[in-house]
Design a protein around this ligand. Structure first.
Ligand code: ARG
Length: 458
């Protein structure tokens, strides 16, 4: 007999039962479901809606069900549809009559909302910690590698030299914005939906503030229809997750490139790579590729839920059961990705000499040559054209700018003097970029310092 079977005269079709059920995936919210029910039961007692004896039996029964699930002794049933009815049914089997009073003043609509809010909130806390650990790994690496200069790219063509630490700290900044996004998501998830009942509120004198306090919610939903039909907090989480993955995917792409023989800028630790079943020499950056690849499904989960929600009339619709699988998948994969990336960054080898060597025979210092002329009074556009000619000349003579003689320099412009060679040194190019957010060592040290302060305050 179903918990809702009263008005039915026929058993549910087996395939309908299976298609309708969510227990296969919502069973992971058992702790939230039980905590929520205990808080609800305690409040029902205080409000004299149920007797203290029944309250006690309910709480003891739920506690023992929690233990059974933890110990793997609880069999979930598809016929009982979801986590809420699986637990409620077992409660009544265990404690009898009193179990049937738990659902007073509550609906599965506000119950599932409560469970999911609790679940998202808990996972936000775990993910926040992982994100901060990843940021710690980034700033630690940035502090460790301050003397490494690498080519900076635009269009994946060598552009201007940058400190390797500067490049790493760019990601630190992205993740700091992601963290803000996560804080916003927390604010949404930190709202308590009980009291809404099915949609219109309930006729019992529920003390929702008490439930909110017990479960440490910052606030209570102001409107019962909103409370049972809101999935904004899940969408916000998926937006956050999609964006973190987008950032991680860009870093993945760079790690893949940098660890190729063509770049040879870094080597990832053996522990974070895999081999080939046919080519004995291979060491593949699979994790980076998977993170890049999995980013697609994060976008998918976000768009899927936005699409599920877009045409739904208020209040609850069963379509909303579709909110969970994408959410859970996003949480699982994001936690993996963040944790592995932290390790990968902490244990990679950086080929300092190779990065520096790459810069010895390219034109990353061409802008600095133009800037040199500007400082001698040449208008920038003219300086740009002169250096363009110099680059062309070097390409034709198979050399780089620092290999030109003073005679060759002065043939290009009478403004060149002996000090041009110092100006073209890669170290000078980096040191000169002293704008607030530039790649000069002072700026990068400031970024690291502020990064540390941020981590301490987080
Ligand atoms: N399993 C359902 C879900 O995840 C729980 C709420 C069901 N409510 C209902 N009225 N059928 O959305």
């Amino acid at each position: 007999m179903k918990l809702w079977g009263g008005r039915f005269t026929k058993a549910t079709d087996k395939s309908v039962e299976e298609f309708n059920a969510s227990i296969q995936f919502d069973c992971r919210m058992y702790a939230e479901d039980i905590c929520g029910s205990i808080a609800h039961a305690a409040m029902l007692v205080k409000q004299q809606v149920i007797s203290p004896e029944d309250g006690k039996r309910i709480i003891q029964g739920l506690t023992s069900i929690y233990q059974q699930i933890e110990e793997g002794k609880f069999t979930f049933s598809v016929a009982l549809e979801d986590i809420h009815m699986n637990i409620e049914q077992r409660l009544t089997e265990t404690i009898g009559e009193a179990g049937k009073r738990l659902h007073t003043g509550r609906s599965r609509n506000d119950q599932v909302a409560l469970d999911t809010h609790l679940y998202v909130r808990r996972e936000i806390a775990a993910i926040a910690a992982l994100l901060l650990q990843l940021q710690t790994a980034l700033v630690t690496a940035a502090e460790q590698y301050t003397d490494i200069i690498m080519p900076g790219y635009t269009h994946l063509q060598r552009a201007q030299p940058v400190l390797f630490s500067h490049h790493l700290m760019a990601y630190f900044s992205m993740f700091a914005r992601d963290f803000k996004h996560l804080e916003y998501t927390w604010e949404l998830a930190d709202t308590m939906p009980l009291g809404a009942g099915a949609l219109a509120g309930t006729t019992y004198p529920l003390d929702v503030e008490m439930v909110a306090r017990t479960l440490r919610f910052g606030k209570v939903y102001e409107n019962s229809m909103d409370a049972v039909s809101d999935r904004d907090y899940i969408i916000a989480f998926l937006e956050f997750a999609a964006q973190v993955m987008m950032h991680l995917s860009r870093l993945s792409e760079e790690f893949i490139l940098w660890s190729s023989a063509e770049f040879h800028f870094i080597e990832l630790d053996d522990a974070h790579c895999t081999g080939s079943s046919i080519m004995p020499q291979k060491k593949n950056p699979d994790i980076c590729e998977l993170v890049r690849g999995k980013t697609g499904r994060f976008y998918g989960h976000l768009v899927a839920l936005l699409t599920v929600m877009k045409g739904l009339p208020l209040a609850y619709d069963k379509d909303m059961q579709e909110d969970k699988e994408g959410l859970f998948d996003a949480i699982d994969n994001l936690k993996f990705a963040l944790a592995i990336y932290k390790e990968m960054i902490s244990h990679m080898t950086v080929h300092k000499e190779h990065m520096r060597k790459a810069l010895a025979n390219d034109f990353s210092n061409a802008t600095d040559m133009a800037d040199y002329l500007v400082k001698k009074g040449v208008p920038f556009r003219e300086a740009h054209a002169i250096v363009g000619k110099a680059v062309r000349y070097c390409l034709d003579h198979q050399c780089v700018l620092t290999q030109l003689s003073l005679a060759e320099f002065t043939a290009l412009s009478p403004h060149f003097e002996n000090d041009i060679l110092t100006a073209l040194q890669i170290e000078t190019c980096v040191a000169q970029r002293q704008t607030y957010n530039g790649t000069s060592p002072q700026s990068v040290r400031r970024q690291c310092r502020q990064g540390r302060q941020y981590l301490q305050q987080a």
